[in-house]
Write a protein that binds this ligand. Sequence first.
Ligand SMILES: Cc1cc2nc3c(=O)[nH]c(=O)nc-3n(C[C@H](O)[C@H](O)[C@H](O)COP(=O)(O)OP(=O)(O)OC[C@H]3O[C@@H](n4cnc5c(N)ncnc54)[C@H](O)[C@@H]3O)c2cc1C
Length: 292
Amino acid sequence: MKPPPFRYHDPGTVADAVGLLAQLDNAKLLAGGQSLMPMLNMRFVQPDHVIDLNRVEGLSFIREADGALDIGGMTRQRDVEFSDLVAARCPLMGEAIALVGHRQTRNRGTLGGSLCHLDPSAELVAVAATLDATVTVVGPNGQRQIAFAEFPLAFMTPAIEPNELLTAVRFPVWPKDHGFAFVEFARRHGDFAIVSAAALLTEDRGGRIARVALTIGGMGMVPIRAVEIERALVGQTPDDKLLREACEACRKLEAIDDVHAPASYRQHLAAVLSRRALERARGRLLSRAMTQ
Ligand SMILES: Cc1cc2nc3c(=O)[nH]c(=O)nc-3n(C[C@H](O)[C@H](O)[C@H](O)COP(=O)(O)OP(=O)(O)OC[C@H]3O[C@@H](n4cnc5c(N)ncnc54)[C@H](O)[C@@H]3O)c2cc1C
């Protein structure tokens, strides 16, 4: 199918884009188009106006400041993938991004588009949840920040008003010696994951877990931060038995039943993948310590 008819707008600045959003009814922002275009073609969305962000200046950047990585909303996923700064300071994102679709979709797809589309299986959404990212949006009343924990309101519904646009995302950086891992199960390479797990880990001098973050994607309407498992792990020695037993709690997480997998299979995947992610993160923690 072809998209429904709409008027196309091509602003050059954030102020112009916000002005158009304020003035036009039933408008949609276009970033990389990798989700919006299929949705238009299938007529899941029927906007009267499409506002293209591709020529808006100042929305594509990756920089480090104040112990965090700041990434612009229109930064292409492929630029994130090849960023030395991301690889060095945020290796979890580096590992996750290679699993996002295909190189062709990453060439066009953007960070902001992925977070605003908010598919519960999206790798970048899970990374933002794990790192406690902060989203910056701009609207007619200026700029505001949204903690990522409050960003997903419901299934594919971000906490952005229709007259606002996402301009940047701040990802706090973990200490250099942290362990990290992103693992997922998808039916084919490039498909959305059925379930994914993202883990970050630090140890104290006694080899006990000092800090841990664990997110399960694809289970529910929004990614789940496994806070109870995190609490159970802090202060413990991360041996195989501890990780296996802690991750068994995933079998009790709420999960969706759909054509791709029943809830019980998702719960099984969550238990297995979260254990694998934590084990891999622990391995990297140790290998880093040995090379220091
Ligand atoms: C074949 C294929 C496989 C894919 N596989 C995966 C996968 O495995 N994992 C995965 O995570 N994704 C996957 N995707 C989706 C892809 O990652 C998209 O790039 C992403 O979901 C949307 O990003 P985009 O920049 O293309 O946004 P668009 O498609 O342009 O927009 C998506 C939505 O976000 C809104 N939006 C975009 N930018 C902003 C902004 N700055 N402010 C406010 N709202 C905004 C749009 O209005 C729209 O509603 C796949 C896509 C394809 C076509």
